[in-house]
Ligand binder design. Sequence first.
Ligand code: NAD
Length: 418
Amino acid sequence: MEALTGGALYQNTMKIVEDAGKLVSLSPNVLERLKLPRRTLVVSVPVKMDDGRVKVFTGYRVQHNQTLGPFKGGIRYHQQVDLSEVAALAALMTFKNSLMNLPLGGAKGGVQVDPNKLSKAELESLTRRFTSEISPFIGPDKDIPAPDVGTDSQTMAWMLDTFSLESGFSQTGVVTGKPIEIGGSLGREAATGLGVIYATEKALEKLNKRLSDATLAIQGFGKVGMFAAIEGYAKGARVVAVSDVSGALYNERGLNIAELSRFVKEKKVIKDFPDAQAITNEELLLLSVDVLAPCALEGVIHAGNAKKVKAKIIVEGANGPTTRDADEILDGLGCMVVPDILANGGGVVVSYFEWVQDISWLFWTEDEVRNKLREVIYKSFDKVWAMSETSKVNMRTGAMATSLLRLERAMKLRGQAW
Ligand code: NAD
């Protein structure tokens, strides 16, 4: 059990659940059930490497809760993936989906692998074998994976194809975040970053500021961070700093994100982009900006650096970027933290839209997707804000409390919370 519940993110997540549960007098039976995932699958994934050797990778799919509907959550390829991290992320999906008012439960998967060290053929082989191993447990009505760190629309295309081959029929609804040509949704690629910006707009409004007058620093320039930067830049915000695994860039006058995106498409990383000063990732986190959006990794804002954070607002594009100790320090500094389950919910909301389009065979325009997404994020933000204000708690506790109340009602109606 230690391997499942012992990780820092798991412990952190369950502590938030306990605090928020206390706030709304959550039934102890509901709490007890939410503390552990429903189903945990660990699989060996043998891959014949290009040099002829066989390498066996470890893969996971954790299905946390399906009270509200089929399990839903991303697949992560990263060398540090472990069971506890995947289980914590699966639980966060349950709470996020509940908060966003989606008819979906929560799950997450991952393979312990550095995808940058594999060739395309090896990655395909890994993905197909992993899909095959978890295929009895996934499906359009059961559990619907999506991309996360280290995976993308190509990974989803291979998953879709493998699952369809095994079932004998094309099943486009088995994954979301897939290419448009095979049933993907317009707007899905940018959705999480877009949601980060919608949440940022609402947070700034509370400080009587507009996005077009605000300065932004964004950690991570991947699927979340890059699209948050693109959208923020398009709406007139001054994006003064961004970073990725290769380092961080700063320009007081604002970076030209359109040019930087083109640069990254070609060079893969932001390093050596002209017209910017190189800074470190740590320095980026401590810049004096209106909004800091950590959109890369877990635990980057911690007790060691939180007191030096100067941003007025933190919008958590990544899952779990702020540790519990840091939360307390940030509260003391008066920094507003828009928590992950609210701030990065845009990805799963549009994943849900994609799944709806796939199972109804009717596709929407990009404007429809964006407008519906904005509505969901704005509404969710308002619910969380109201809960936080009336209960005098920070937005993390407010968001979790809002999510738990919906889950509790559903669990009681289904007779799951004796
Ligand atoms: P990604 O792999 O596309 O991008 C990650 C980015 O982080 C890359 O630019 C990478 O270079 C950068 N990075 C890695 N190590 C770094 C470091 N030490 N310092 C600074 N940057 C570093 O992943 P993603 O899909 O953008 O996911 C990022 C975060 O957002 C994760 O926590 C993920 O769980 C969360 N998230 C993703 C989605 C989604 O739709 N992709 C949805 C919700 C939440």
